[in-house]
Design a protein around this ligand. Sequence first.
Ligand code: ZN
Length: 274
Amino acid sequence: MGRSSPSWNLICLKFELNNFLAGPPVPATLVTLDLRPIQISTNVPIFAPILDRIPMCPDNASSAKPLELVTQFQTDAVPFVAKAEVPSRFGKFTVYGFLEKATGKEHMAIVAGEIDARKRIPVRIHSECWTGDVLGSLKCDCRDQLEMALHHIAEHGGIVLYLRQEGRGIGLLNKLKAYALQERGMDTVEANQALGFADDLRSYTSAIEMLRFFGIRKVRLLTNNPKKIAALEDAGIEVHREAHQQASNPHNLRYLKTKAKKSGHLLNFREEEL
Ligand SMILES: [Zn+2]
């Protein structure tokens, strides 16, 4: 084992973490992390059991290339289950499926291009909206936002995390009940509260676990929602926000204004909309 100094070693490692962890084999994901140099005495738990199984650079450690770690960070709470290529009208994607064990929800990571975790990755966190995503409902801006994000990652690379938390977490049937109340004059927040729900029940814990799976620590987050930014930052992910707003329509203008006024969304309205 070569040493570049008494206390540091540059170790060249290229391996699949699945080889070292229990559980069924999972197709490899290539993720590159900038982890150089690694102190050989590090107590980082994930490395400890495997260090003795990693080939070391013999004589030229000081001139070693940046470490490349081929890995997947699996968690028990939201394990990766399967992936497949999905050509789409937006471009070619690889869809990674995850299972949120506590709820049975099946979340998807829609990936375009190669994920190099040393770089800042464009990310959109999208919560399922059946009426918008499937029907093209004009009552919200969800489908516009989803399509804008898919176009964006198809062009620039990145990830759209598609989270199965319909209706800001209250479910589709309750969302229809809330819509019925909105037809009687309530806004989106008042309707949720009238049904006994908080304004927003969404959680981004699974999204964070999915980002960790890819080793992502820096994101360019396509969002208008400060709660998403805070959730990721609280988890130690470095966030640069990119505004993600579309033109409104007569059906969703009140909804968008309510999101801005009551939920703090970072939206700008044209003068004629105010
Ligand atoms: Zn929607």
